[in-house]
Write a protein of this length. Structure first.
Length: 396
């Protein structure tokens, strides 16, 4: 999604204004006063089939509502029990897991990642320069997404609801010379580690593998024991075997109904959860690391995740609305966006007033077979997100 919006800017900046003028007639930029009608109109505009939204205030959900269908063909509506796969919003959970290991002294954020790996990973363009865990969390590792290789590990077409590669198989295949996914030019930046910020999904898959090495257990098991169970997130898991799969919202890529699919680099985007469950996690992040007496991080650790310089945030987008090219008038909203085939998601909060917002939707413009107007239609995403943030009180 982020790359698509950047590409949109470059297209318009390059003079494709005639296309924009034609396409704007196909896009609904309305701002209906009736919130329900507004949300339903925007769902249609972004091709979402169902949507669940929650406002968070004073440590609890203050308002929530469900719209549309979890399964269109079966006439099954979205309910409070509907489980969504939430794409890159998952990175918030992975970030917290890594920072727990930092608190426990198992990871030094500024040591070489090779101190924790059974094999050495370097950027071959800068083989003598170390890559650190902090760089991975900040998207400054110089390990970048080769989109063809990365997307090839999704199980969209195989029918498997879970990844077909382990994290170790993914990491070895992608980062080690001779691996099936290895590509010197496409997998590694020409900028040195620690310098250029380049959003990287595979870096978060590597973070999950590092966690497995230092904890001696699968990453999903670690998260279950140290995040989901303590917070009472009983309908949350990384794999289909950890949730009630029949409660999953069907993912629609445009009009195409997708089977549940897995992501090999699952710590970057494979989490499955409900709005109610994820609100507990978000409240903990907003409340100094704890929810109803259960602590998952110390307040000082959360401060390190969101330092004074927002561009140094760890796993958290400094202002998710800037990613959508929306002026928040001096009210930055940390959090994360998500978008994969059939998935649109958002989670953000105000650091100053204890307000938060979660939006999960099943459906999106087709990422598998995009239309010529897909990039322009993505502009519709910013309108409901900004409007709902206003309604949730994030900018008060």
């Amino acid at each position: 999604m982020k790359r698509a919006l950047k590409l949109l800017c470059s297209l318009i900046g390059g003079g494709i204004l005639i296309l924009a003028a034609i396409a704007v007639t196909l896009i609904d930029f309305s701002n209906d006063d009736n919130l329900d009608r507004f949300i339903e109109d925007k769902m249609a505009a972004i091709e979402a089939k169902g949507l669940a939204v929650a406002f968070i205030r004073d440590g609890k959900i203050s308002w929530s509502k469900n719209y549309g269908y979890a399964d269109v063909e079966a006439g099954k509506p979205v309910t409070d029990e509907t489980i969504f796969q939430i794409a890159s919003v998952s990175k918030l959970v992975t970030g917290v897991a890594i920072m727990q290991l930092y608190e426990k002294g198992l990871i030094d954020l500024d040591a070489s990642i090779n101190d924790y790996l059974p094999f050495a990973i370097v950027n071959p363009n800068f083989a003598d320069q170390k890559i650190t865990t902090r760089m991975l969390l900040q998207h400054r590792s110089s390990l970048v997404d080769n989109e063809d290789a990365y997307r090839s590990t999704f199980t969209v077409f195989s029918g498997s609801p879970d990844p077909e590669l382990t994290l170790e198989e993914l990491v070895r295949g992608y980062f080690l010379a001779g691996g099936e996914l290895y590509d010197v030019e496409a997998n590694f930046s020409t900028s040195p580690p620690g310098t250029e910020q380049d959003y990287s999904n595979v870096a978060f898959g590597l973070l999950g593998f590092i966690a497995e090495q230092v904890t001696k257990q699968p990453f999903n098991t670690y998260c279950n024991q140290n995040i989901f169970l303590p917070l009472g997130m009983q309908s949350t898991g990384w794999f289909s075997t950890e949730i009630e799969l029949e409660r999953m919202a069907v993912q629609y890529d445009g009009e195409t109904r997708l089977k549940p699919y897995g992501v090999a680099s699952y710590p970057d985007g494979g989490l499955k959860t409900t709005v109610a469950d994820f609100s507990k996690f978000l409240i903990a992040m907003m409340n100094g690391g704890q929810y109803q007496g259960q602590r998952v991080l110390q307040p000082s650790t959360l401060q390190e995740m969101m330092p004074e310089n927002p561009s140094d945030n760890l796993a958290i987008s400094p202002d998710v609305f800037s990613d959508l090219m929306v002026d928040t008038e001096g009210h930055p909203v940390p959090g994360h966006l998500g978008g994969d085939p059939g998935i649109s998601s958002f989670a953000g909060f105000s650091k100053s007033n204890g307000r938060g917002l979660i939006i999960f939707a099943n459906g999106s413009q087709s990422l598998i077979s995009p239309s010529p107007f897909m990039l322009l239609k993505l502009l519709n995403i910013r309108s409901p997100w900004r409007r709902l943030a206003d309604e949730a009180g994030l900018f008060q």
